[in-house]
Each structure stands twice: as structure tokens, then as C-alpha cells.
Design a protein around this ligand. Structure first.
Ligand SMILES: Nc1ncnc2c1ncn2[C@@H]1O[C@H](COP(=O)(O)OP(=O)(O)OP(=O)(O)O)[C@@H](O)[C@H]1O
Ligand SMILES: Nc1nc2c(c(=O)[nH]1)N=C(CO)CN2
Length: 275
């Protein structure tokens, strides 16, 4: 991707683990690679279609000085998030924060932290079979879009489906949403769980009746075997109530494990059932 490059911006700030660093302050050197599409601005010679690198430099200085923390890792994490939220054209920021005066009692050129943070597409399956199901799903979508760091892109049509897995459960209203996020996967999951809780979800038995269920199906092309967050969601391929809404919004999205797209997975299931 195209990028703008800011190299060696000098900012005096008070980050550090040691009290003298917090009191006296020191020099930091910040570099930022700003990934964005530059062709629109380049073809039309129009700054409003790019990001103003001067504005970015001042924003870096103001934010970096106003939020002192102990670790350069934290300073980088917060600064990258701030830039992604402040300059909507940015896809990714590759950030380097160097500390040439790091007080370690030994001579060194500098110590630095280097991180890459950006926006990622996430797909979430939605379900409700308790209370005002339509309102539960609509409220969740609105709340999602209000979360800083989440931008809703596509919403699937809702479908009514019989409850799978347990007998005598009320039917579900199911849907799916595609959004971009600059939140990390665990943060994203925490936000989804907070929305489930806000909708009145009680911790209960697996697959019990619930006002809101939000399952993360994909986070970009990430593959995770961590039981707190499996990615892709381990059971989505066997669930028509997930595949149908997904097919509505991301039919050609490829499963990062198998390379098969959603439309093909759904068609194969339907063929198998028809036989
Ligand atoms: N991709 C994922 N999306 C959501 N939760 C996940 C995911 N992977 C693992 N989990 C974990 O699953 C746990 C239980 O989730 P939840 O209560 O939504 O399950 P369930 O809806 O009853 O069953 P299912 O996950 O089969 O739909 C959560 O604590 C969460 O940490
Ligand atoms: N039709 C349907 N059945 C389900 C659903 C769901 O969303 N839709 N969710 C379940 C557990 O998450 C269990 N069964």
C-alpha cells in the first residue's frame, strides 16, 4: 500500500518508569509510516483526499505530551490508537518511538519500540430468542457503531430460525454484521460481551434462551486456538443460521483455514442436505 513517512520527529515528554524521568522529561524521536491510498489526492492535487502530515506531527506532539505513561510500549499503543481514530483515511500506522537518553547507566545510541496497528474487518453473528428480539438486535447494532474504534460497514437481513441444539426453545432472530475495527481481538470480544450483558444476558447453560448472542466469526484472517477466543469461530460451518446471514454480506470471503468461501460452504451444505 502507499504511505507517507514521518521520520525522527523530536518530542520532549515525561514518559518513564523512574520518577526522575517523569519529573525532568527527556527527548523522544518518533517515526510513523502512515499507510493510506494516496492516488485520489495525487491525481487531483487535493490535500483533503489525503492526510495532512503537518497536522499528524502536531497531533503526535500534543497527544504524546498530554498522556504521560511509564512504558514506551504503552505510549506507542495509545499513540497509534489516537492516530487511527483521528485520521480516518489511515489504514495502518507503523510507529517507532525511540528514547536516545534512556537512563540505564550505560552508553547506548537509543532504545526503541516498533509497532504496527491498523483497521481490520471483523464479522460477528448475531442471535436473539428472548424479549423483543428485533429491538435487541437493532440496539446492539447501534451500540456497536457508537463504540470508538468500531465502524459498522454492512448489516445482513434478519432471518427467523428454529432454535438449533436444544428442544423447546423459542425461535431465534438471527443476523450478522461486518465492521472495521482498530481494537485488538480481545478488546473486541470484551465489547461484544459487554453488549450481551447490557441486553440482559445472564450467565447460564450453553445454548440457553438469551436476549442477545454475539459470536465473533472472523477477525481479519487471524487463526486462534485460544479457547477464550477461537478464530474463525469453531462451529460456524455447521450452522445455517450463521452461514445464511454471512452469505448476505460476505459471500466471497474466504475462510482462512480452508480457503473456501462462504457461498461455497453454504451451497455444499445445502447439496448434502438435499441428497
Ligand atoms: N469466536 C468467539 N466468539 C465469541 N466467544 C468465543 C469465541 N471463541 C471462544 N469464545 C468463548 O466462548 C465462551 C462462551 O461463549 P457463549 O456464551 O457465546 O457460548 P454459546 O453461545 O452458549 O455457544 P456457541 O459459542 O456454540 O454459540 C466465551 O466465554 C468466549 O470467551
Ligand atoms: N436458530 C438458532 N439456534 C441457535 C442459536 C441461534 O443463534 N439460532 N444459537 C445458539 C447458541 O448460540 C443455539 N441455537
Amino acid at each position: 500500500m502507499d504511505y507517507l513517512n514521518i521520520e525522527g520527529l523530536v518530542v520532549f515528554a515525561h514518559h518513564g518508569v523512574f520518577p526522575e524521568e517523569n519529573k525532568l522529561g527527556q527527548r523522544f524521536e518518533i517515526s510513523a509510516r502512515l499507510d493510506l491510498v494516496t492516488s485520489h489526492a495525487g491525481m487531483q492535487d487535493d490535500l483533503s483526499r489525503s492526510v495532512d502530515y503537518g497536522a499528524v506531527c502536531h497531533s503526535i506532539q500534543d497527544f504524546f505530551q498530554a498522556h504521560p505513561v511509564k512504558l514506551i510500549e504503552t505510549a506507542a499503543e495509545q499513540l497509534a490508537r489516537h492516530l487511527l481514530l483521528s485520521f480516518p483515511a489511515l489504514h495502518t500506522v507503523v510507529l517507532r518511538i525511540a528514547k536516545p537518553w534512556a537512563p540505564i547507566g550505560l552508553p547506548l545510541d537509543q532504545v526503541s519500540v516498533n509497532i504496527t496497528r491498523g483497521w481490520h474487518p471483523v464479522t460477528v453473528a448475531m442471535g436473539s430468542n428472548q424479549g423483543d428480539r428485533l429491538k435487541n438486535l437493532c440496539d446492539a447494532l447501534e451500540a456497536l457503531d457508537r463504540i470508538p474504534g468500531i465502524r459498522v460497514k454492512k448489516i445482513a437481513s434478519f432471518i427467523e430460525t428454529p432454535a438449533a441444539g436444544r428442544h423447546n426453545e423459542p425461535p431465534y432472530l438471527n443476523g450478522a454484521v461486518l465492521f472495521d475495527t482498530c481494537l485488538l481481538p480481545r478488546e473486541c470480544l470484551r465489547q461484544l460481551q459487554a453488549l450481551e450483558k447490557a441486553a440482559g444476558r445472564q450467565p447460564g447453560e450453553k445454548w440457553s434462551t438469551r436476549p442477545l448472542d454475539l459470536d465473533m466469526i472472523f477477525y481479519d484472517d487471524l487463526i486462534s486456538e485460544n479457547p477464550r477466543l477461537y478464530l474463525p469461530h469453531p462451529r460456524y460451518r455447521e450452522r445455517d443460521f450463521v452461514l445464511k446471514p454471512l452469505n448476505d454480506i460476505i459471500p466471497y470471503h474466504k475462510d482462512p483455514l480452508t480457503g473456501e468461501n462462504i457461498q461455497a460452504i453454504l451451497q455444499a451444505r445445502q447439496l448434502k442436505k438435499g441428497r
